[in-house]
Design a protein around this ligand. Sequence first.
Ligand code: XUL
Length: 537
Amino acid sequence: MAPDGALYLGLDASTQSLSAVVLEASGGRHRVVCELSLPFDQTLPHYGTRHGVLPNADPALAHSSPVMWVEALDLLFAQLAAQRLDLDRLTAISGSAQQHGSVYLNDAAARGLETLHPGRALPPQVVPLLSRPVAPIWMDSSTHHECREIEAAVGGAAALAQHTGSRAFERFTGPQIRRFAIREPAAYAATDRIHLVSSFLASVLVGAHAPIDPGDGSGMNLLDLAALDWWAPAVAATAPDLRGKLPTLAPASGIAGRLSRYWRVRYRLPGAKVAVWSGDNPCSLIGLGLVREGQFGVSLGTSDTIFGPMRTPRVDAGGTGHVFGSPTGEFMGITVFSNGSLARERVRDQYGLTWEGFSRALEATPAGNGGALMLPWFVPEITPVVATPGMRRHGLAEGDAAANVRAVVEAQMLALARHSRWMDVAVDVIHVTGGAAANRPILQVLADVFGAEVHHLEVGKAAALGAALRALHADRLDDGAPMTWDVLVAGLEQPAPRVTRPNRAHRETYLAQRVRYAEFEQAEYARAGGEERSAHS
Ligand code: XUL
């Protein structure tokens, strides 16, 4: 049990904002006592980001600013210090960050981080520690060649996936490092340490280079998941002298250090423990209470994702899913679809509907849509990989607005089911999150397609909440009084979830629709691949 009144801070550095959740622990229970969020574009407009990304003439490049992130961190602590919270009780902090992004530091960084001056603003103190002013982030798709080179050098995509949990992906850190090393060799040579967004921000908090955890580390195409160490062939295939530039690895439950003098003096804070940070997907797993196989999370946001705990690191032979480390020390599977809310919006807009009209259309149409199907690949899709976008219909009249609404939602739910089978885990329950989770008829389709209960918790900030829970977990472990993950997530006081139960009458319809969808997707995927291959030849 945590000391009564102890406070735990969870931070989340996402693409568009920096958020905080503070938990107060008492009598074995814990509750959220403060939530804050700083959107980058609005709060720090002088960086000129749009949705957290620096504008770039090349649409394949997606960079952000590490200095903006530290300025946001400084501002967030200033705002926290101004809350009615007794921060003397701040016991431990942990964090979550967008996955895959990388920050490049020079050899002045170790000393510079250690000696940050509490009387001076953070950005000008961090700028001289960077060997690259920008950080490529997960939305970058510029490393196609680097991916193929790395895969070839380690013996193929399957070998890379077998060891690191994923074949090479453009947004993953290894291919990004390779592109930087090839294109900017002098700046690469001047790089002493390459951090993930998570380990970089943890380093700024503790005043020393912090480690990377297996969860975020597995988004790099560099970490051997079974050995939990850097995989030498991938490291060698990625860039010269890379091994010495990589941080150490540590379990997500480890303590990276304590708040450095900068934070203690500047904001009159105690020397709280800083637990190792992780990626936003592993943190969301904990924030949504997913700690056992069979529990799945579905996030219906900009991109749609399906993820869940796995006891062993089974990899996706199809090459689209990823295995990451879970904060529990086990593993998690995740599949990401790029056509999420954007595709739903496209259909809504094409038929001039509001979200209410969209919901009514779903309710007015039959499960299975009379066999009609859509492939909502409005933007290039990553699951399956379809580089040339284009929506496809099958047995679906363009003029039938309601049928098109049902078709986009059914296609997305059928795709979630089809592309999570590789995890080989039976679905007991789905915890759903993201903007579209507010739409009850969408959740009914999700429940019906999976034949499982869908629980919608009003968790606004699942990743930051997961980070706060992880801070509590790491603190207890460090004090020699560990809490199991079940006890940890059960101890969170929160409103009961809204439950959507599967309609058993729709079971047969969706079993048949799954087969039809698979055939349609396969055929169109083969056609798209054929077109791309001939376009490139
Ligand atoms: C996961 C991924 C995204 C980012 C977003 O592989 O690229 O979910 O983590 O923050």
